[in-house]
Design a protein. Structure first.
Length: 129
């Protein structure tokens, strides 16, 4: 049995299958989930688990070379906006509709229980060497 890191077997396995350039959408409970990507739904109750907790766990295990979020997060959700800007100094901001289009190209969608608006980010995987 794993003793550290992400314990959810579906999420841990999906992460192991990612490669360079693979997209991972970490999203709130309300984000429309496109057909195609593998989905790991962690939502339990409104706010549980939070976007910040899930993102933190994923960043501990992934190499990320880029991130994209909806520009609407800046006005509608200052806490998540600050978190994303802190984690990703070169965060790309696009209209929310564009983020939804881009999410269809993700290999993995991780749905959180986050109940605040625009708590979504599309991560682009890098390599560790």
């Amino acid at each position: 049995m794993k003793k550290a890191g992400i314990l959810n077997r579906h999420l841990s396995g999906a992460i192991a299958e990612l490669g360079h350039g693979g997209g991972v959408l970490v999203c709130d409970a309300g984000m429309p989930i496109p057909k195609g990507p593998q989905v790991v739904d962690l939502a339990f109750r409104a706010g549980v688990p939070s976007f910040a907790v899930v993102l933190d766990g994923l960043l501990a295990e992934l190499v990320v070379e880029g991130a994209t979020a909806a520009k609407e997060v800046q006005g509608a959700n200052p806490a998540v906006s600050a978190l994303l800007e802190d984690e990703f100094p070169e965060l790309e901001l696009v209209p929310h509709e564009r983020l939804k289009e881009l999410s269809a190209q993700a290999r993995l969608v991780v749905r959180t229980g986050e109940a605040r608006p625009y708590a979504n980010v599309l991560l682009r995987c890098g390599v560790f060497f």
